[in-house]
Design a protein around this ligand. Sequence first.
Ligand code: PMP
Length: 434
Amino acid sequence: TSQALVPNEEEYETFQGVQPWDRLSVQISIPDSFFQRLLNGEEFTTKYERDDNYNASSNQQQYKKLILFAGNDFLALGRHPAIAKATIKAAAEHGTGPRGSPLVCGYTDYHIALESGLAQLKKKEACLLCPTGFSANMAAMVAIGSIAPLLSAGGKPTVEEKIAVFSDSLNHASIVDGLQLAKQHGGLEIFVYRHCDPIHLDALLTSCKMEKKVVVTDSLFSMDGDFAPMVELVKLRKKHGFLLVVDDAHGSFVFGKNGGGVTEEFNCQDEVDIVVGTLSKGAASIGGFIACSKIWKQFIQSRGRAFIFSAAHPVPLAAATYASLVVARNEPWRRLEVRKRIREFQALTGIPVESQVLSVIIGSKEKTWQVNRELLTSGLYVVAIGPPVANTWRLRVTLTAAHTTEDIRKLVKIISNHVKFEDMENYNPNLHVK
Ligand code: PMP
């Protein structure tokens, strides 16, 4: 049984417009030694080893001040006083540990309130909190993969009895790994369709003889920043009658009038059966969730091993996330600020970016690193990302509610020292602006 008090929303202060503490979410300081590693590309290109000479408590360490264009705190909630206050209060009252796994003794009223707040946000009957977004996808995929073995005699389904899962070729690693694991249990076959290509998906669905079908896609792709073709997917769902699973990791809290995510933005909350999300981006916290029907929730919490066999969120984190949820709802201007920044970047470059995740593809690895180094030495923290994390080399830039017009101008000016934006009409073939 729960011991925590229900979080009191009335205690949360609301603000209008970017405040000095919001700005701290993009004004960061990093140790010089780490800055050098970033400049040399060591964080991404070599085996990850901690710098043996780095001493966090040393007063000798010099720091570099940078404007962060690589984080996922899109609404700039990470320094919000109401969230900090709720976290501290919950820590003082309930301690820091998670106590145990959710099904044993880890859940409190805070967790229950958070689940019902997320279900409401996503317009679903129920919601299941998971340790991370990664584990939420693993749990959902493994649960889906366990259906056919459960239904078939002897636990060994024939090909026709298995579930056919259609997965976008650029889906997140956690979906890919979840599906691979589920496949090993013998309950599903995986069909990968070309990235955001409803025509290819339609053809694969039409030729598939298996009766039970699932389509799974990211809502907003984490490397290219493009949206899944939600309208077409909904049409195909009507035609083929599949279960539609959407990972709204980057869209939740950010898109849609109420922050309901990409599914709210494209007005298809009812047509998406299961929404997976993370709390580590728009909600400035940590954790994952699965919003769905009550039946699906019951099923996933009894079959999704990544949920069952991991600890619950510590109460202060559940309290922090609940406060984020309320603040994100009460301060809609944050979503408008993100949109303004996207439009500013579009206007300054002519690049038809779709979202707050920008992938500026400028050519070879060497050239990408050259521009990246200039950005870093000019005080802008941007990362160059390439294979195997992304399929081509690019500068991956993220925009947040706390960036200023000046920040964007500076970013664009430095990139334009090296490339002409007008030559970049096809700079990212994955963008298909609607
Ligand atoms: N899905 C997508 C599309 C993501 O981008 C991420 C985070 N990179 C995740 C899932 C995993 O979320 P988390 O960080 O909460 O594990």
